[in-house]
Design a protein around this ligand. Structure first.
Ligand SMILES: [Cu+2]
Length: 417
């Protein structure tokens, strides 16, 4: 009997050793980007001096390959609400340019809210490396993370981020997602692992693809419209009808403060009781939305800035403003109102509104978006008097920062002479 037990004990010990020691050691941070030769996830930082291995990146190669790369981490952090309340978050951080050996350290408590903006170009090959640095404040958790490029026609399900059908990323490991940017449009991205929890906790951000029409040679005539150098469009419209001068991605969302506070200890349940108390645009409530600067880093983050995206909209009178609107809120449908400057809706859910060559653009003062929806809205400021205008949620109870009134899902449009 003793011998048998001893025989069983060894394989068990070996299995435990394999599972807890060898397997984690095999996982590693690995950044893949075809024009990156020094393993820091970008192709941009040529250094004139230093050992050859450290100055290998090649911007010219990046251009010739049509490659765009970003390196993100998934982890936790803190964000400051407009009333001063600091809430615990999960999120992504941009570590592009950080060598592989430093990614785990740099990504700790670095979660950005919202996730780092991703703006890429149609026709490019896009490599997104996600490394999971773990949740420092919740060492009991061993959650994987993923990136779901919402609404994008992925060629392969393995890069779609759904835990049921795709690869997800364990702590201490990386995965590089590959996207062939075949279509322009306003998309969004989020983690799809335990989506209700990870999305409420803040793993969501703006993502859009600029159209190939932007790169036409100056003087090209499109259906009677002459393209000029520097002209920008929302879609490959074929007639210049989606041209704009300045663009602002605005993502609607919110935090349930009870859920975030309890989450420092345990995942609160049931999800059916989730109720957002801090409605936000780009991770801020009014008046923080109109602050053009990054917010002060919460002390809990150790000085790492978590909220860098302003939602202040500025333009000169006469310019066309593109609002890339998206709603990634998991608890509410939102209606956004521009009562003073008419909104021309040119696209919904990353598609131009058209039937063949017939344009179905329409003008309105409000756009209604359920979770996961996007809208491309152009504000034509021709004839608009210089001044300050407002953009806000029609659900007026969302114009608050929890117990503080006159806040929440609102921002300002400043038209300069
Ligand atoms: Cu996640």
């Amino acid at each position: 009997m003793m011998i048998k037990t001893r025989r069983l004990r060894m394989p068990l010990l070996m299995a435990l050793l394999l599972f807890f020691v060898v397997v984690p050691l095999r996982a590693q941070i690995k950044i893949q980007c075809p024009c990156d030769r020094n393993g820091d996830g970008d192709c941009l930082d040529i250094k004139a001096t230093g050992p050859p291995a450290e100055r290998y990146d090649e911007p010219a190669l990046q251009a010739s390959l049509g490659v765009q790369c970003i390196s993100l981490t998934g982890g936790d952090g803190f964000a400051r609400m407009a009333d001063g309340k600091v809430l615990y978050t999960f999120g992504f951080a941009d570590v592009t340019g950080t060598p592989e050996a430093d990614v785990m350290v740099k990504g700790v408590l670095a979660a950005a809210w919202p996730a780092p903006l991703i703006a890429v170009d149609e026709g490019a090959q896009f490599y997104l490396t996600l490394s999971n640095v773990g949740m420092l404040m919740r060492p009991d958790l061993f959650d994987p993370h993923s990136v779901h490029f919402h609404g994008f026609p992925n060629a392969s399900a393995v890069f779609d981020g759904l835990p049921e059908s795709a690869i997800v990323i364990n702590m201490g490991a990386s995965l590089t997602y590959y996207y062939n940017l075949a279509e322009p449009g306003t998309f969004m991205y989020h983690c799809h692992v335990e989506a209700t929890e990870h999305m409420q906790m803040g793993m969501l951000g703006n993502l859009y693809v600029r159209p190939a029409q932007n790169r036409l040679a100056a003087g090209t005539v499109l259906n009677g419209f002459t393209h000029q150098a520097g002209y920008k469009y929302v879609y490959n419209d074929g007639d210049g009808s989606t041209r704009y001068d300045v663009e602002f991605p605005l993502q609607l969302g919110g935090f349930d403060s009870n859920f975030h506070e309890d989450h420092l200890n345990v995942q609160p349940l049931p999800f059916a009781l989730m109720r957002d108390t801090y409605p936000m645009i780009n991770g801020r409530g009014y008046p923080d939305t109109k602050n053009p600067n990054p917010l002060v880093a919460p002390a809990e983050n150790g000085g790492i800035q978590s909220q860098v995206e302003s939602s202040l909209i500025t333009a000169r009178a006469g310019q066309r403003i593109l609002l890339r609107l998206s709603n990634l809120n998991i608890t509410a449908v939102h209606t956004l109102i521009s009562p003073s400057i008419p909104m021309r809706v040119v696209g919904i859910d990353a598609r131009e509104l058209r039937n063949g060559s017939t344009k179905l653009h329409y003008t309105t003062n409000s756009v209604n978006m359920g979770g996961g929806m996007s809208a491309d809205v152009i504000l034509d400021t021709t004839g608009v008097a210089p001044g300050r205008y407002f953009l806000y949620a029609a659900n007026l109870n969302y114009l608050s920062n929890y117990q503080e009134d006159f806040g929440g899902m609102m921002t300002e449009i400043v038209i300069n002479p």
